[in-house]
Ligand binder design. Structure first.
Ligand code: ASP
Ligand code: MG
Length: 431
């Protein structure tokens, strides 16, 4: 028997100003008929701003202080729009800025990934303090939960993997008692904590995934991701003509779309929900009457062509130096190296002595792989590529999408077509 608890996730766009926070308050107030776990991302573009702070700190750029001042200013402005001077939330925000100051005072001796997690995570810590304080002020009883107390990860900074057993025990032990006394628990998306008690992060846009983790462990009735779009579309409306909002989607369709780069939901979100048959709604934060997209089990509707364009791809060509067959002798070893360097394979193809992989460009990971294999293999890498995936494809759509494009290679399987394309100088795919 499922509890009636629901998990709401508000992304950065929903809380990019004081008006957004007030709207969160209204939405939560309208939904107080069930207990809520509210997962919030950093406000507006603050994750990117804190990433810039981290880069400037590590490279010794003189822009560091200005960039950090802008982050502070952005948050102070929102907080002062919402709260009277002297409100307790100001002290909490200040304490978090002081934590960044402490990091910045030391020379950047740790790895970039570790420092990134310590600095960037502050965005979520601040946004949740602001949302939690606002909800309290409008009469929604809630507890602010430091997610690092319950969401435990390995120590692969910037792309940490969740320790499920540990996390499950902590969430199921701590959260239900908090919800007995309060309408809501407000907590951070995207961040976690290693076994050595250091802050980790789950990967860009990882707050959706955090929401799914809470929903899975707590057997939530549903997850709602509130976004600045009306739902999941069959392609990015900013890039493609003739796309439409999808009313219903199966978990399978959603996981395939997001894996290949549809940005509307983080790809890791689907599995924890599918495993417990928890439906996911993607709903508009501004158009509260719009129907949104419902993602769940066993839906076999007829879908239009679904178009996903992933930018910033690389193609790694690996060939044996001694002309030994790649498929016969080397593949398992090569896959091992891809796993070690955490390179996610988007598309692959082999010939007698070569193996080519399309993956998201990450110079650090690709160089790591090259170093490990270059004694035995020739390695050539092409950049400036895009990966176009079209599910439920038809010839008319494909012809339009590929007009004027240079296709480097193409794979077709049933009605799914994937093409690696040379990036266009103007990244518009409008026809
Ligand atoms: N704030 C983080 C990011 O922008 C996490 C998220 O938004 O989901 O990547
Ligand atoms: Mg975000």
């Amino acid at each position: 028997m499922k509890s009636k608890l629901r998990v709401f996730k508000f992304g950065g766009a929903s809380v990019h100003d004081a008006e957004g926070v007030r709207r969160v308050g209204e939405i939560v107030k309208d939904n107080c008929d069930t207990p809520l776990v509210i997962v919030v991302s950093a406000m507006g573009k603050m994750t990117a701003a804190l990433e810039d702070v981290t880069s400037s700190y590590v490279t010794g750029s003189d822009r560091l202080q200005t960039q950090f001042a802008e982050v502070k200013e952005f948050h102070w402005k929102i907080a002062s729009d919402l709260f009277e001077a002297g409100h307790g939330v100001f002290g909490k925000i200040n304490d978090l800025f002081v934590e960044i100051d402490w990091v910045l005072e030391e020379p950047p001796e740790d790895t970039f990934e570790y420092l990134y997690d310590q600095i960037v995570s502050v965005g979520e810590l601040i946004s949740t303090h602001i949302v939690s304080a606002w909800l309290s002020d409008i009469g929604v009883s809630n507890t602010w939960l430091d997610v690092r107390d319950v969401l435990k990860t390995d120590n692969a900074h910037r792309e940490a993997r969740i320790d499920w057993n540990w996390t499950e025990g902590l969430i199921s032990g701590r959260v239900p008692p908090m919800l007995r006394d309060n309408h809501a628990v407000v907590t951070q998306g995207f961040i976690g904590c290693t076994s050595e008690n250091f802050t980790s992060t789950l990967g860009k846009e990882g707050s959706d995934y955090s929401a799914a983790v809470f929903a899975n462990v707590l057997d939530a009735a549903e997850v709602v991701i509130w976004k600045d779009v009306e739902g999941v579309f069959s392609g990015d409306p900013k890039m493609f003509d003739h796309v439409s909002k999808l009313d219903r989607l199966s978990y399978r369709e959603a996981i395939e779309m997001t894996y290949y780069g549809a940005k509307v939901i983080h790809p890791k979100t689907i599995k924890p929900l599918q495993n417990k048959s928890i439906p996911l709604f993607v709903r508009s934060f501004t158009h509260l009457n719009a129907q949104g997209t419902w993602i769940g089990t066993n839906l076999d509707s007829i879908l239009p062509p679904i178009i996903v364009l992933a930018e910033d791809q690389a193609l790694i060509h690996i060939s044996t130096k001694d002309f030994s067959f790649v498929g016969e002798e080397h593949l398992s070893k090569l896959f091992g190296y891809f796993a070690t360097h955490r390179i996610k394979i988007n598309l692959m193809r082999n010939t007698a002595i070569s193996f080519s992989v399309c993956c998201r460009r990450s110079d650090r990971k690709i160089e790591g792989l090259r170093k490990d294999i270059e004694n035995d293999f020739n390695v050539v890498v092409d950049f400036d590529l895009q990966l176009l995936t079209v599910r439920h494809s038809n010839e008319v759509t494909l012809d339009q999408l590929l007009k004027g494009k240079t296709v480097v290679f193409e794979e077709r399987f049933k009605d799914t077509v994937q093409c690696v394309l040379k990036s266009s100088p103007t990244p518009t795919m409008k026809n």
